[in-house]
Design a protein around this ligand. Sequence first.
Ligand SMILES: Cc1cc2nc3c(=O)[nH]c(=O)nc-3n(C[C@H](O)[C@H](O)[C@H](O)COP(=O)(O)OP(=O)(O)OC[C@H]3O[C@@H](n4cnc5c(N)ncnc54)[C@H](O)[C@@H]3O)c2cc1C
Ligand code: FES
Length: 255
Amino acid sequence: MSLDTYICKILSHKEIAPNVFDVTVKAPEIAAAAQPGQFLHVKCGDEIAMPLRRPISICSAGSGCVRFIYQVKGKGTEGLTKENDSLDILGPLGHGFVIDNETYKKPAVIGGGIGAYPLLYLTQKLKNAKVFMGFRTKELVTLETDFNMCAKEVKIATDDGSYGYHGFSIELLEETLKAGEADIIYCCGPKPMLKAVKDMAEKYNVKCQVSLEERMGCGIGACLTCSCETKTEGTWKYKRVCKNGPVFWSDEVVL
Ligand SMILES: Cc1cc2nc3c(=O)[nH]c(=O)nc-3n(C[C@H](O)[C@H](O)[C@H](O)COP(=O)(O)OP(=O)(O)OC[C@H]3O[C@@H](n4cnc5c(N)ncnc54)[C@H](O)[C@@H]3O)c2cc1C
Ligand code: FES
């Protein structure tokens, strides 16, 4: 985790799906330190109108550059769409995914919606990952080509059946688990998906890491805005998603 902020030159900024923007910035220090699953805290406007930064995951990093993808939700992410030459970024922040290619030889990576974005960098670092991505509809499907370049297999599901498998990506994951073809699961997506994947991991007795999303203030462990409930008893029952996470072992957290 780095508490340094950097003014990062924007190298590219393009809309890749309706209201979804793909950004690459020059950020040598962040790129050198970035781990899959970590996030950036990005200033989205001037200090007075928008004092709080917004957390955005690292989608990939290397060669002195960092890539992230954001979906416009409200005032903060709307502010990012403005024509800027550079962005003020704090990071990389948080604890990312545990990667152990010796112990886990059959990783399964599952994501939904904006949860797909941090999983690209993870998949690039894993060996032989099977990737399952779910989107609402065809026009929101992103990163398929990028995942194909680094994964063993990529399956896309859409809720409305307009592209790929008609249904939820977790149904595809279950086929893999039933066949004994996964020894660890990595998941990032909306809470109901995290919960369903956590339950499935328990059913098939497979280790699982989940990346949680909570609203954030400081992003560095100082304000407690982002607390999540864990199974630890006593004072440390609540942990900070920004500092102790955003990635946790699924059996550590209450979802
Ligand atoms: C660790 C982490 C990594 C993230 N990575 C990405 C990413 O790679 N790409 C991306 O597009 N988004 C990502 N997000 C979500 C992103 O931070 C929020 O969408 C953003 O902060 C919304 O700010 P806003 O001002 O645009 O919207 P607001 O006006 O603050 O909110 C608009 C709507 O979004 C909801 N919302 C706001 N923050 C969150 C949140 N943290 N989780 C769920 N719902 C929220 C609000 O409840 C409201 O309905 C991440 C969040 C976290 C915590
Ligand atoms: S956002 Fe302040 S403690 Fe996590």
